[in-house]
Design a protein around this ligand. Sequence first.
Ligand code: GLN
Length: 277
Amino acid sequence: MTVEDLLVEGKSSIHSDHAKILLAELLNLNPLEMLLHLDDKVENDTITKYRNEVRALLNGKPLQYVMGYTNFYGNKFIVNESVLIPRFETEELVENLINYINKYFKESIDIIDLGTGSGAIGITLKKKIPLSNVDLLDISKDALEVAKKNADNMNAEVNLIEGDMLESVDKKYDVIVSNPPYIKTGEEIEKIVEKNEPHLALYAGEDGLLFYKKILKKINKNLKDKFIVAFEIGSDEKENVIKLVNKYMKDVTIIPKKDMSEKDRMIFIISNNLINE
Ligand code: GLN
């Protein structure tokens, strides 16, 4: 069978762009280059892999898991069913945080990414703020394995920590960042997300606030005098998370931000002595 035959076959059941992306990846070509090879014969094991991937997509598996990677902030991150697929909103969290870090810190800083999953947030920060020491923490060994592969692939020197948020971490940080689980138990979410992505990375109790509480209760012991904390939040959680921050933290400025769909999505907490310096 030729490249063209397989594209036609794929397009009969899945979106033509998906057929192109999957086949191009298997052939180690980009989709445009592949169009110059439409008459090439494809090896049998590539045909088998391609058909399995088309079937997996048809069965409702997310494209990113089928391909085994996704793009985040310009880099390719390996993903599998042990980690959440990094979202565009999380790129915005990282973008804003990088801007704050560059504004307020000039020297080497210590950063921890709580619930790192694929490592997308922490590894991106390490690449963009090379003078930083970055710890990636997750409770899931399988997630840490994915994060390690991503760090190695990107030559990012980071430390991996297996742990339950800040429970057993002693170190003090300049920056704490987290996109924790924040979906309420029983909340309706997209079927493809609910069926495929790790519930460990999604659900956060009846009110969706479990992990903000858990982190904020312990956070003061892990912060230096001058700090930035950045959280991704659920779009209806802004007021509640701000209340929690005010309950557990002092002398801070709280800056909520919306994502590009105009939904409340991030909260930045900056120590006042950093802002006033
Ligand atoms: N933003 C994700 C979603 O909507 C949820 C991520 C999370 O709970 N941290 O599926």
